[in-house]
Design a binder for this molecule. Sequence first.
Ligand code: TXA
Ligand code: MG
Length: 345
Amino acid sequence: MKTKILKIKIPTDRKILIAAKIIQRGDLVAFPTETVYGLGANALSAKSVRKIFVAKKRPFDDPLIVHVSNEEQVYELAKGVNLRSKLLMDNFWPGPLTLVLEKSKKVPSITTGGLRTVAIRMPAHKIAHALIEKAKVPIAAPSANLFGKPSPTNARDVFEDLNGRIDCIIDGGTTTIGVESTILDVSSQRAVLLRPGKISTEQIEKIIGKIDQHPLIKKKGFNKGQRGGQVAKAPGMKYKHYAPQGFVILIEESTNFWTQVRSILPHYKNKKVGIITSTKGKKHHGAVVKFLGKTPQMAARNIFKIFREFDRKGVEVAIVQGISEKGLGAAVMNRVRKAADKIEG
Ligand code: TXA
Ligand code: MG
């Protein structure tokens, strides 16, 4: 299959209609959102949604997020949308917050990985919004990467993973946030945070009061061959995720990062090593050193980009310096833990 690339800068560009038609005829379009690029299909068509799993090589038990352009669509897709959900939508939509709600019959079970709930979000990105509106259907879209790989933050990343496997990529530039949306399960009495993102726990609690944190948020992802003892609520949490090809070692936030690096390096003498640090301008003999960024916002924008750079450079061992979990720092650390093969410190 030849993958068409549409460069679109403004949401009124008529090329959006070409992409919307591709969605309507049942095929796949990758598009930018404010978080990461998504790989979209008509969420209400089981046949179309199936193509997403095939293109990404994603396990069928890992459910997708359904993207909407107006609130009425939420009432079509979900049941029991109560005052609490309404408050969250009013405060944070359009934006990087995904709500997990009880699903309606309209949503095919392949979209939700067989679950009785559906994840819904209204993206703030103007091009994403225009695409959903013109397609006139809700769009199911996981991140537009091959399964297990870091999420794409620009069209080139999508092309690298999915060229020849999907019909169309909308190139709308680099995404601004860089990590995926916050996921909050509001399908039962207690609201549970399933994935940290730009919308923080503190922001959510200001609106609806205390929420729970899913215990797997701070845990490592399972590596190949490992089995999960605990059934994950967000099924995506059980896999090693967002990861570069190499072996990933996370050193939790500490004051003696470089001392620890020096003691680890002799174990990987003949390997190509990459280091991700929060110390600016640092060099280390024989290793590729990357600066993660001064603020949590910069770290979020850089983390997947650096993982992908390591893959292009053939890095075999990546050592990552942990950062403080304030603001977007919690989301960055969650992604690094899911990518990690080993956690130290
Ligand atoms: O920012 C984002 O959320 C991006 C953009 C494209 O919108 N999308 C994204 O999708 O990150 P994806 O598929 O890479 O991650 C979706 C996560 C998965 O871990 C999945 O397990 C979880 O959402 N999820 C989806 N439906 C769910 C449900 N009904 N209950 C619990 N978790 C769900
Ligand atoms: Mg993903």
